[in-house]
Design a protein around this ligand. Structure first.
Ligand code: HH2
Length: 263
């Protein structure tokens, strides 16, 4: 899953693809690099980020999804919309998206679950403790893996109760969303416990700050080594979807990891 952030303030690529033409071009490059899914987002969820209004989010992402849908060929990657708003998800699905990636796991907008159920599209339910503005202020868990697993099971039960087919659901532990370095590492180390739920697990470590703290790399673009290491480990522990900014190198790393594990 390649990331296309159409935002001025994303933590690693804010402002680079705010222009819809540049965002479409970037998405096409990620597809050529091997992305099977393109995740389009118009609102940063980095720690401390401020919420974006519906009109502005629509203005950012819809032309990009329309542009990618028109430009991508027969072997096109799936388009995912990274949003918590049902109005944005609806317009994105109309424009060609088929996966709703909601970092609030259907807690942010009461009408999003019904929309996903009605359209029969896929959705990714992600764990987050608190809200982006304050989530990194002293996050605490009884047992981070057990707590995240219980949360994901509860959100899946909610989604199914709202009419979403279980086989349309992907799950994500939400690396960096209300977690310390040790919480993130525990989730990666014990990812198998989440894979055991039986739904595809999405993992998003790409360029995140815990990799910077572990390696001393303050510039997110310099965290590709840490990104590769964590994605290979997640693959080996059963993750299915790898949300990254640097598709080409992670794609190669996963091809080699897959060949090694298969042998
Ligand atoms: N991480 C980010 C955003 N969306 N979605 C899922 N399912 N999993 C993640 O780990 C995840 C996500 C944050 O990364 P990014 O989009 O690069 O940054 P920003 O939120 O600042 O735009």
């Amino acid at each position: 899953m390649g990331v296309v952030n159409v935002t001025p303030d994303s933590f690693s690529d804010g402002g680079l693809y705010l222009d819809s033409g540049a965002a479409v071009e970037h998405g096409l490059m990620l597809a050529a690099d091997g992305a099977k899914i393109l995740d389009i987002g118009g609102e940063s969820t980095r720690p401390g980020a401020s919420p974006v209004g519906q009109q502005e989010e629509l203005r950012r992402v819809i032309p990009v999804i329309e542009g990618l849908s028109a430009a991508l060929g027969a072997d096109a990657p799936q388009i995912s919309i990274d949003t918590s708003k049902s109005s944005v998800a609806r317009a994105a699905l109309d424009a060609g998206a088929s996966l709703v990636n909601d970092v609030t796991a259907l807690r942010g907008d009461p009408s999003l679950a019904g929309l996903v159920a009605e359209r029969g599209c896929e959705c990714c339910l992600m764990h987050m403790l608190g809200v982006p503005r304050t989530m990194q202020q002293d996050p605490r868990y009884e047992d981070v893996v057990g707590d995240v697993k219980a949360f994901l099971l509860a959100r899946m039960e909610f989604a199914v109760g709202e009419g979403i087919a279980e086989d349309r659901i992907l799950l994500d532990p939400g690396i960096g969303f209300g977690k310390t370095i040790e919480h993130n590492l525990q989730l990666l180390r014990r990812l198998g416990e989440l894979v055991a739920i039986g739904r595809p697990v999405v993992i998003g470590t790409s360029r995140k700050s815990f990799l910077g703290r572990l390696t001393g790399r303050s510039d997110p673009a310099d965290r590709v080594g840490g990104t590769i290491a964590t994605n290979v480990i997640a693959y080996e522990r059963g993750a299915s979807v790898f949300r990254v900014h640097d598709v080409a190198v992670v794609h190669d790393a996963l091809l080699v990891a897959a060949a090694t594990v298969a042998a």
